[in-house]
Ligand binder design. Structure first.
Ligand SMILES: [Ca+2]
Length: 533
């Protein structure tokens, strides 16, 4: 079996080299080992390799310099569980049934690529956060190891009160120590940073940063010391993730594994700040991505401009293993193998690569009547982002009277909520928490913050219609239930955490539901006049 996989992999390389006319041939004789490093809530651009000065990421930069840096990598869904489900299955959220949602019951019939690799003899493990939050059991009701065996025994004294005690790099070393000789391995480094909460002021006090280091505050938050400080606390947590990645790269070097290990570094979605995580704007879905594999990726230091999606990872992994989805019981992929981009983009391969990205979301957190979500579908093509809000009467970040549950508590959220309470209205509050029109259209090259909606601008009418038609055509081909008038199924799938199911009604009846991810002060006590725009 292993011999067959290696043989197929070589064939793939030979074919690609033939097509691409590459600088040098691959020396790979076997599938690579794979280190998949995924931060929790780290936004695109916040790395030295992207030119950022206020977040220092020497390990990520090293991977980019010795491999590839991707400029247009996206998750289809900017929330932990659905984003990770897309990675693991190679399918878009609307193709995942209940797993489109955050905190779902993951369907027992939906297989993940690490489960396949494990079946085929790979050594598969993870540390900290794999898929989740939610509940994943097999048909017999037993817990599934969707990212392999857990390695969490090693701990450390965390540098701040907001950082986890898991010694990720030491746990990776334990995984390598336990790896059987002669078998390829796959390791999922699922850091818990830079997820909230943060130690307030830690970016300055412990990171030695200055508020003036932040080169730009996005247009949807006020540029205040509080917001800048919050951004620096986030930066410090990104640096913790990166420091452990650096130790893991050193470990590979020490063990002589560097050459034939594919290292992938990314994040599940954008930063845990208002209007980013949990939404569908450019900063929500665009993620950092770098890959390195000295023995297999020619032309180190290349930068990749093609749009890639998380649905491309699973097909890539199976190609390394010499398998197809049909071979191993996975549902058909919506994504495509990244091998043509890894091998070098020939004009032919470049022309064949996709020209757009589809995004979309259903229910994230609870907090609306009937546990309803906030359904969005979107398409990004040629620098334009088109969004269709399928239930614009609902509140995009959750209802005010339950505390906007799809936005984690933090200093920036508090600042924006307080500003509206003082003045009765506030531009930042409207952008972050207010209701939205049915259609949105942004020129993301000129307006990366997506604050100038062009959907009703006559000059863009043709473009808007083209994008909408393309999006609907693609979604129909992918059998999105919402395109067939069946979108209600996503609201009807039960929220897996029973203690918070039916949240809205129970909270308003006065039950103490302890929603730990928001602050009691986030809850609005007075009705908010916010007519539908
Ligand atoms: Ca996350």
């Amino acid at each position: 079996m292993a011999a067959r996989a290696a043989h197929l992999w070589l064939l793939v390389v030979v074919v690609l080299l033939g097509v691409g006319g590459l600088a040098r041939a691959s020396s790979s004789q076997a599938p690579p080992n794979i280190l998949f490093a995924i931060a929790d809530d780290w936004g695109h651009g916040h790395a030295g390799a992207y030119g950022c000065r206020w977040v220092r990421t020497p390990a990520f930069d090293r991977v980019a310099q010795q491999g590839l840096l991707f400029h247009h990598a996206y998750t289809p869904n900017a929330k932990c569980a659905p984003s990770r489900a897309c990675i693991l299955t190679g399918r878009n959220p609307w193709q995942l049934g209940p797993a489109a949602n955050h905190v779902p019951f993951f369907p027992p019939t939906l297989k993940t690529f690490p489960e396949v690799l494990r079946e085929r003899g790979w050594w598969v493990g993870h540390t900290a956060k794999g898929w989740g939050p939610g509940i994943a059991t097999n048909a017999q009701g037993r817990a599934r190891a969707m990212t392999g065996q857990a390695f969490n025994r090693r701990s450390l004294t965390p540098p701040t009160t907001g950082i986890a005690a898991n010694d990720y790099a030491a746990n990776f070393a334990d995984f390598l120590d336990a790896a059987p000789a002669g078998r390829p391995w796959f390791f999922w480094y699922g850091a818990l940073e830079p997820h909230r909460g943060y130690e307030p002021g830690s970016g300055v006090a412990r990171g030695g940063k200055r508020l003036s280091d932040v080169d730009r505050v996005p247009g949807y938050w006020p540029d205040t010391a509080t917001v800048r400080g919050d951004m620096l606390d986030y930066a410090l947590e990104v640096e913790h993730f990166d420091a452990h990645l650096g130790r893991m790269l050193d470990e590979l070097e020490r063990r002589g594994l560097r050459a034939n290990t594919l290292v992938i570094v990314t994040s599940d979605h954008g930063m845990p700040f208002p209007r980013v995580k949990g939404q569908a704007y450019l900063a929500s879905n665009r993620v950092p991505l770098a890959m390195m594999w000295p023995a297999g990726i020619p032309g180190p230091g290349r930068e990749i401009a093609q749009p890639v999606s998380f649905i491309d990872f699973a097909p890539t992994m199976l190609e390394f293993a010499g398998l197809t989805a049909a071979d191993c019981g996975m549902d058909p992929f919506a994504g495509a193998s990244l091998l043509p981009l890894l091998a070098g983009v020939s004009p032919e391969a470049g022309a064949r690569w996709r020209d757009h990205i589809l995004i979309g979301k259903e229910r994230h957190d609870v907090g609306r009547p009937g546990d309803a979500g906030y359904p969005i579908r979107g398409i990004l093509q040629d620098g334009m982002l088109y969004l269709r809000n399928h239930a614009p009467d609902r509140w995009p970040a959750g209802n005010p009277e339950t505390g906007y549950l799809n936005c984690d508590a933090g200093a920036t959220k508090t600042e924006v909520l307080e500003a509206r309470r003082r003045a009765g209205a506030n531009r930042y509050w409207s952008l972050c928490f207010g209701r939205r029109p049915e259609e949105e259209l942004y020129d993301v090259r000129r307006d990366p913050d997506c604050v100038q909606n062009l959907a009703t601008d006559a000059a863009y009418a043709t473009r808007r219609r083209q994008l909408e038609q393309r999006m609907v055509t693609e979604l129909r081909a992918q059998e999105d239930p919402r395109m067939a008038g069946q979108g209600h199924v996503f609201d009807e799938y039960p929220y897996a955490a029973a203690e918070h199911r039916g949240f809205y009604e129970r909270f308003l009846r006065g039950e103490d539901l302890k929603p730990g991810w928001i602050s009691p002060a986030d809850v609005e006590r007075e009705p908010i006049p916010d007519p539908h725009p």
